[in-house]
Ligand binder design. Structure first.
Ligand SMILES: Cc1ncc(C[n+]2csc(CCOP(=O)(O)OP(=O)(O)O)c2C)c(N)n1
Ligand SMILES: [Mg+2]
Length: 327
């Protein structure tokens, strides 16, 4: 992360920001480089930190004078500290707990300092596939393609019917997601990334990150149309990098979750000003035009035939697509 030259910072230069505060809020490791001769060593330490503990986020803040003053040599990142393995007894106890009816996953066996991949393998060796019965498997239960009027529940089913295996699904669908879930849980195996801490706006950037990290996997972003407005410039990055991301925007013309919250506290009559706080009309957002303006092909759908065709098309092709679901 760049910063002003350190001898400018005390003058409260324009664009001065709390870079340490930002770094610490989003990183596991943050350091300010304090001398040009330390850039290489600090950079190597940052790489080591990023590779440590099963992978983490490291932020090295470089005041500008670290770039224009003379550096000293180069440095090689030391290997990350070794990860810990649970004991044979711990693995056996975890396997025993997993054999209990209804057990699905054991979390406590692994901390960030433990070797997660090794531990899962040890656990799977301990359990032994030979011991699995037919009952241990869930039968494939793909829904059929729903037709007719568009509902969110049907959209969830259609996505499950059409999604290939191994999709990365980013969920920032806010109030729509709960309606999609019963259908989506019947999809082929996929990974889900949700927004952290409830703070909206990271859905589209998460889609970018997933597609860059996993270029061989299809990425699907479920996006509330209000939440999408926080970071819609991510669409440009998707176009620029040719990322294989299908964004499904739920255009319910307002902040539905806030309407729901109001109803939940018992408000039955809502005045004009309150309504206008939660709606997104006059003007209505045109997501097809917004996508086009960022270089992404988009389509608006208002019924299931339209959604099925658009989503099937997006699954069959590589590259960024946007589907605006009017709901
Ligand atoms: C950064 C941030 N700002 C504001 C909020 C409060 N908030 C929660 S949901 C929401 C509206 C979301 O609207 P939309 O994405 O259209 O989803 P919908 O509620 O319609 O399902 C807002 C403003 C938040 N959670 N995070
Ligand atoms: Mg909305």
């Amino acid at each position: 992360m760049g910063d002003h030259a350190d001898y400018h910072l005390r003058f409260e230069a324009p664009l001065k920001g709390d870079t340490v505060g930002i770094g610490e809020a989003i990183s596991h490791w943050t350091r300010v480089c304090t001398a040009p001769g330390r850039v290489a060593g600090d950079g190597a330490d940052a790489v080591q930190a990023a590779r440590s503990r099963n992978g983490q986020i490291a932020t090295l803040i470089l005041p500008e004078n670290m770039a224009w003053d003379a550096a000293e040599g180069h440095a090689t990142a030391p290997p990350p500290p070794p990860l810990h393995h649970p004991s044979a007894q711990e693995v056996a106890a975890a396997a025993c707990a997993l054999r209990q009816p209804g057990a699905v996953l054991l979390i406590d066996l692994c901390s960030r300092d433990m070797d997660i991949e090794w531990t899962l393998r040890a656990l799977s060796d301990e359990l032994g596939e030979a011991g699995l019965e037919a009952d241990d498997f869930v039968e494939r239960d793909l829904p059929s393609l729903p037709e007719g009027a568009l509902t969110l529940a049907k959209v969830g089913e259609a996505m499950a019917a059409l999604m290939p295996e191994n999709v990365v699904l980013v969920d920032e669908g806010v109030s729509s997601s709960a309606h999609l879930a019963p259908g989506l849980r019947r999809a082929l195996g996929h990974d889900v990334m949700t927004i952290t801490g409830g703070s909206i706006g990271c859905g589209l950037p998460l889609g970018v990150g997933a597609a860059v990290a996993c270029p061989d996997r299809k990425v699907v972003v479920l996006e509330g149309h209000g939440s999408g407005m926080y970071t819609l410039q991510s669409l440009w990055t998707m176009a620029r990098e040719g990322l294989d991301v299908t964004t499904v925007v739920f255009a319910n013309r307002g902040d539905q979750i806030l309407r729901d919250e109001l109803a939940a506290v018992g408000v039955t009559e809502v005045g004009r000003n309150a309504v206008r706080m939660f709606d997104v009309v006059e003007p209505t957002l045109d997501w097809v035009a917004l996508a086009k303006g960022h270089g992404v092909e988009g389509v608006q759908v208002t019924d299931m035939a339209g959604f099925n065709a658009a989503f099937a098309g997006a699954m069959a092709q590589k590259g960024p697509r946007l589907i605006e679901v009017v709901c």
